[in-house]
Each structure stands twice: as C-alpha cells, then as structure tokens.
Write a protein that binds this ligand. Structure first.
Ligand SMILES: Nc1ncnc2c1ncn2[C@@H]1O[C@H](COP(=O)(O)OP(=O)(O)OP(=O)(O)O)[C@@H](O)[C@H]1O
Ligand SMILES: [Mg+2]
Length: 341
C-alpha cells in the first residue's frame, strides 16, 4: 500500500482573469522509503500540488475542487486528506507530513530562538517535557550537521548562515519523525557545496527512517542523484511518470524529451548549447483545448487539439512507466531525427 496516493487532484483559483486551473487532475503515489521527484517548468503546478497535500492553499482565492489524497495514517488504514477536518490537518502537519521550503524563513520565526521553535514543536506534537525536548532538539541539530549544537540552539535565526538556517528548518521538519517529507526546491538558494550536503542529509534521514520524500526541483541533476521515481508535470497534470532511469534514458512524452535537452548536462562543459523548449507554458486560466502541450509540440497531430490524452502504460523491464500522449511512437531518437531534419 502506498504511503500517499493522489488521484485526480484539482486545485483551482478564482481570479479576475477567470478560473486558474493550477492543478487539474494530478495523480501519483509515494511509497515509504522512496523519493519521488516532481519536475516541470515554472508554473506547472508543483508548489500548488504540495501545498494542497497539506491543505495550505489560501482560500479564497484557492480551493481543492476535486480528487483524493489518500494517506496511510496507520498501517493498513487510509485517510483522505482532501476531506480531513482542519483539526486533524493540524495534527498531520508537522507530525506525520513535514514540509521544507526554498526559503527557511517561511518556516522559522525570526523573533524566536532556535531552541524555542524546536522545543515548542516537540511539546505540541509529542507532549514532551521541556528538558527532554531540548535534549532531543540538540540531538537533531547534531544529526543535521550543525557544529556545537548545544550553543547554536540558543541563537536567533538571523545569527545563522543561510546553509545553517536551512539545516535548522530540516531539523524542525524531521523532529517529529514524520512519515512523509515534502521538499519544495529545498536547495535552490544555496551554494553548490551546501546544496550537496543538505541533499545528502535528506537522503541519509530518508534511508535511516524509511521516510517517503516528495522532492520538487528544477534541477534534473538533483533528481538523477536523489529520486527513485519521477513525475513530470505540465500545465497542472502529470504527463509522464516512471523510474528515474526510464525517465532519463527512455522518455516518451515530447515535453519530457524537451525538458531533458533544455538543461545543461552535468558532464557538459561551460558554454555547451542548450535547446530551450520552443514557446511558452500556457496561461493556466486559458488552457488550449486538447493536450495543453500541443502548440509547442513537434509531434502534434490533429487529435492532440481535440482531446486530452488518456494515461498509457509503456511496457518495459524497468518498472511502471506511464505517459499521457496521443502519439505512440515518440522516442528520444525520433525527436533527435526530427530536430536534425
Ligand atoms: N494564490 C494564487 N492565486 C492565483 N493563482 C495562483 C496562486 N498560486 C498559484 N497560482 C497559479 O498556479 C499555477 C501553478 O503555480 P505553482 O506555484 O504551483 O507553480 P510551480 O510549478 O511551483 O512553479 P515554480 O517552478 O516557479 O515554483 C501558476 O499559474 C500560478 O500563477
Ligand atoms: Mg514552486
């Protein structure tokens, strides 16, 4: 049984421009001990998906208007977070599902010492006594690589460097031993060395605790290193999903193929040429009919303008590989030939 199974999630916003269908039928699952990477261009609905999971969408203007988010709250028992009460969600957040953001100051209070913030989490969620909570908080700060944690714990966030703040936020997220960690661009703001350390730390905790992780990033290099499976989002839907090797080596959605060639390769030298995906992502308030990628797609046929493609499974030895594309002979080699001609 999956730790979390999202089915047909829809989160829309009412705006002056009309309804923004930011997330419009997203489905995926995450197992325990597994890292699911979510990738996609800016505006494809990655953050709205993750905020929906914790029911943190500002309402108004936003609302979850459809779908299910089935969370295994105890062994064998599923709970639909889309329908849980606010009181229940307060328990789930921080306790069972934790989130880390690109900007640590989203989670840290600048006016409170680190100790106050960490200890409060344990008092609230784990009903721990203060002295015990402080001890556990220091242990966690040590586990995330903060030197002299017994001293640093009494700092205010602004006394810490960006990398250290990020670590504190991760410590806070992991303090209650959640089952699921959602990391939305957790390292984009950090320099490369600190970035690598933070990712290692998440991976280490994931392995040690059997944590399920949803890792959202623009960086396909990070995905290659961290993820077991990848979901590719475009215009509020998952258009391709599969094991990380399959998504990298044998992508079958023209968008995934474009995304892959639009980023610099890890092993490519500086100045190596990038091939951006032509065109712009569509306005989520005015999605084109049919497959929303068709105006940018070199493979598009008449049907692509008419109907949204059903999910199709690509047979292969690597594990379940799903794609939503009408054209069934899309392959990376085919795309390269089309580009060369
Ligand atoms: N509060 C809001 N009101 C109206 N529209 C919103 C709101 N929040 C998000 N959106 C819209 O939802 C869509 C998806 O946004 P989202 O932040 O999920 O994208 P993303 O994939 O996380 O992008 P990025 O990679 O830039 O972080 C965008 O079109 C965005 O403008
Ligand atoms: Mg985002």
């Amino acid at each position: 049984m999956a730790l979390l199974e999202v089915r047909g999630l829809k989160t829309h916003f009412s705006t002056e421009d009309g309804t923004v269908r930011a997330v419009d039928g997203v489905s995926f699952h995450v197992d325990r001990g597994e890292v699911l990477g979510i990738v996609g261009e800016s505006g494809s609905g990655k953050s709205v998906t993750s905020l929906s999971l914790l029911r943190l969408i500002p309402d108004p203007p936003g609302k979850i208007v459809g779908g299910e988010m089935l969370f295994e709250s105890s062994p064998g028992k599923k709970e639909d977070l889309a329908r849980a009460t606010e009181a229940r969600m307060q328990k789930v957040r921080g306790d069972r599902i934790a989130m880390i953001f690109q900007d640590p100051m989203t989670s840290l209070n600048p006016y409170l010492r680190v100790s106050e913030q960490l200890v409060e989490v344990l008092e609230l969620h784990k009903k721990m006594a203060r002295s015990e909570a402080r001890k556990k908080a220091i242990e966690m700060l040590r586990a995330v690589g903060i030197p002299a944690p017994e001293l640093r714990i009494d700092d205010h966030p602004h006394q810490l460097s960006g990398g250290m703040r990020q670590r504190v936020m991760i410590a806070m997220a992991l303090l209650c031993e959640p089952d699921l960690l959602i990391a939305d661009e957790p390292t984009t703001a950090l320099d490369v060395t600190v970035q690598a350390q933070i990712l290692e730390l998440i991976q280490d905790r994931q392995k040690a605790l059997g944590l399920g992780v949803i890792l959202i990033t623009h960086d396909l290099g990070v995905i290659a290193k961290m993820a077991d499976r990848v979901a590719v989002m475009y215009a509020g839907r998952v258009v391709e999903e599969g094991p990380v090797d399959v998504i990298f080596d044998d992508p079958r959605h023209p968008y995934t193929i474009g995304l892959k060639s639009s980023i610099p390769r890890l092993d490519a030298g500086r100045g190596s040429s990038l091939v951006p995906i032509p065109g712009m992502p569509p306005s989520m308030a005015r999605l084109p009919p049919g497959c929303p990628f068709h105006p940018r797609c070199g493979f598009a046929v008449a049907r692509c303008k008419e109907s949204y493609p059903e999910e199709r499974e690509i047979p292969g030895p690597g594990g379940r590989h799903l794609v939503r594309c009408h054209v069934d002979d899309v392959t990376p080699a085919h795309a390269a030939r089309a580009e060369a001609s």
